[in-house]
Design a protein around this ligand. Structure first.
Ligand SMILES: Cc1ncc(COP(=O)(O)O)c(C=O)c1O
Length: 430
C-alpha cells in the first residue's frame, strides 16, 4: 500500500469518532449522562494516534512526543518540557528532579495545602521530604497565605501551590514571600492550564510545574503528564528519573545518532578498568520507567491546536453553569477569586451552607444524570493512607471542604442542549 492510500484510509477510519462521549452532539436530555468532563477530541486526535501507531518504528516515546514537548513549551512560555505517562508521575518526577538539582536533603520541608489531590502530596513523602500543611481559607479554598508564612522553618525548601480547580491564590504574595525567604515556588498545575494572574500565566511564577493530560483535564492524551521548567538541569534530571535513571539524554531521532548527542556514546564512562560502555547504559539515578507512548505525543499535538478554544469555552461554560445554579439553588456559593486572578476553570466549585444540603443536592443532580465530583480528597489527612502524616483536626477548614464542598463540570463540549437540560433540571429543585 502506498503512503497516500494509507493516509486516506486513516482519515476515513478517524471519522468514526464516538460522537457523544467527545462532543455531546447526540445528547438526549434525561437519557445521556451530563459528564463532568471528558476528552475534547474529534477525528484529528484519532488520525494522529493512528498515524503514530502505523508509521512509528519504536512506538514508545519518540519524535511525536519530542515535538509535543517543544510545542507545549512554546505555547506555555517555558524553556523546557518533559512528557510522561501521567500527572501523578509528573509530580513524582518533578520532586525527585528538584531534590537532586537543588540538593534538598531527606527531612527538608515543603509547604502544601491538605486539601486537593492525593498525588500532589504523596510524591513529597515518596522522595523523603516532609509535607508541612497550611490550612485552607473558606473564601477561595486555597491555602491560607498567613498560615503559609507562619509554617516556614529553617528546614523549609519550597512552597508547593495547587490552585483550586484552576483558581490561583495571590501569586505576587507567594513570589515575594519566596524571594524574601530563599524558597522555591513550585506548582501542581494539573487543574490550571491557562490560568492567569496579573495578566501573566500563573506558571510564569513557578520554578518548576507539572500538568496532567488525563481525560478530565484541559487537554487530554488519554493518560499523560508534563514537567516544565526554565532550568534545563531540572528537566535533564526529570528525564533521567523517568527513563530508568539513565544518564544519556538523547531524545527522539537523536536516539539514532551513532555517537549520541554527547558525541561520546561509546566511551570509558565507568573508568579505565571497564573499558568502553554505551552511554545509554550508564545510570546516574535510581529511576523508574514512566515514559508515554509516541501516540500520546501525537494526540497532544492535535490537542494543542484546540487549547485556546478549550480555554475560552471552559471560562464561558463556568459562567453558564454558575448562572443556572445560583438562580435556582439557595444556600450555596462559589469560591471568591482575587482581583488579579483569571482562572481557566477545571470545574465549578460549590460550597454548601450545610453538609445536609450537599448530600441532598448531590443526590438530586446525580439522580438526574448530572455528574458531580467530590472536591477531590477534601482533607487528605482524614484518609487511611495519609492520616499518619498529621492530625486532621488541626485543619478544620480542610475538614469543611470534605463535608460542604463538591463541584460540577464546565467542559468545552457542553452545548445549548446540555445547558437547556441543566436549567430544566434545576427548575425542579425544591
Ligand atoms: C491537582 C491534581 N494533581 C495531580 C493529578 C493527577 O493527575 P493524573 O490523573 O494524570 O495522574 C490530578 C488529577 O486529576 C489533579 O487534579
Amino acid at each position: 500500500m502506498d503512503n497516500q492510500t494509507r493516509d486516506d484510509m486513516i482519515s476515513q477510519l478517524a471519522q468514526i469518532t464516538p460522537r457523544y462521549a467527545y462532543n455531546c452532539k447526540d445528547f438526549v436530555p434525561g437519557k445521556s449522562p451530563v459528564y463532568y468532563s471528558g476528552p475534547y477530541w474529534d477525528h484529528r486526535e484519532l488520525e494522529m494516534a493512528m498515524k503514530a501507531l502505523l508509521t512509528g518504528k519504536w512506538l514508545t516515546t519518540g519524535e511525536y512526543v519530542n515535538k509535543f514537548q517543544n510545542e507545549f513549551a512554546k505555547k506555555f512560555n517555558v524553556a523546557h518540557a518533559h512528557m510522561m505517562n501521567s500527572g501523578s508521575s509528573a509530580n513524582l518526577i518533578m520532586i525527585a528532579a528538584l531534590k537532586k538539582r537543588l540538593n534538598w536533603k531527606d527531612g527538608d520541608e515543603v509547604i502544601v495545602s491538605p486539601v486537593g489531590f492525593p498525588t500532589t502530596i504523596a510524591p513529597l513523602v515518596q522522595n523523603g521530604l516532609v509535607p508541612v500543611f497550611a490550612d485552607i481559607e473558606m473564601r477561595s479554598l486555597n491555602f491560607d497565605l498567613s498560615e503559609v508564612a507562619a509554617k516556614i522553618t529553617d528546614k523549609t525548601v519550597a512552597i508547593f501551590v495547587s490552585p483550586v480547580l484552576g483558581n490561583p491564590p495571590d501569586m505576587d504574595f507567594l513570589r515575594d514571600l519566596c524571594d524574601a525567604t530563599d524558597l522555591f515556588l513550585i506548582g501542581d498545575n494539573c487543574d490550571s492550564l491557562g490560568s492567569r494572574f496579573d495578566g501573566k500565566l500563573i506558571t510564569d511564577y513557578y520554578y518548576a510545574w507539572s500538568c496532567s493530560f488525563y481525560p478530565a483535564h484541559h487537554i487530554s492524551t488519554g493518560e499523560g503528564g508534563m514537567v516544565c521548567s526554565n532550568d534545563e538541569e531540572v528537566i535533564n534530571q526529570a528525564r533521567s528519573f523517568s527513563w530508568w535513571g539513565r544518564d544519556c539524554h538523547c531524545v527522539g531521532s537523536a536516539n539514532l545518532l551513532a555517537c549520541g548527542t554527547c558525541g561520546n556514546r561509546f566511551d570509558k564512562h565507568l573508568g579505565e578498568d571497564f573499558g568502553v560502555v554505551d552511554h545509554k547504559y550508564i545510570f546516574t539515578n535510581m529511576g523508574y520507567n514512566l515514559k508515554p507512548l509516541d501516540l500520546q505525543g501525537a494526540i497532544g499535538l492535535a490537542q494543542l491546536e484546540k487549547v485556546d478554544e478549550i480555554d475560552r469555552l471552559r471560562r464561558q461554560n463556568f459562567n453558564r453553569v454558575s448562572f443556572h445554579l445560583y438562580k435556582h439553588v439557595k444556600g450555596i456559593r462559589t469560591v471568591d477569586r482575587i482581583m488579579k486572578a483569571d482562572p481557566s476553570w477545571f470545574g465549578v466549585p460549590i460550597i454548601c451552607d450545610t453538609p445536609e444540603l450537599k448530600t441532598k443536592l448531590v443526590k438530586f443532580l446525580e439522580d438526574n444524570k448530572i455528574q458531580t465530583r467530590n472536591y477531590f480528597a477534601g482533607n487528605i489527612l482524614i484518609h487511611p493512607g495519609y492520616k499518619h502524616l498529621d492530625d486532621y483536626r488541626k485543619y478544620p477548614n480542610g475538614n469543611l471542604a470534605l463535608s460542604h464542598v463538591f463541584f460540577l463540570g464546565c467542559p468545552p463540549h457542553y452545548n445549548d442542549q446540555v445547558f437547556d437540560y441543566i436549567e430544566s433540571v434545576l427548575e425542579t429543585w425544591v
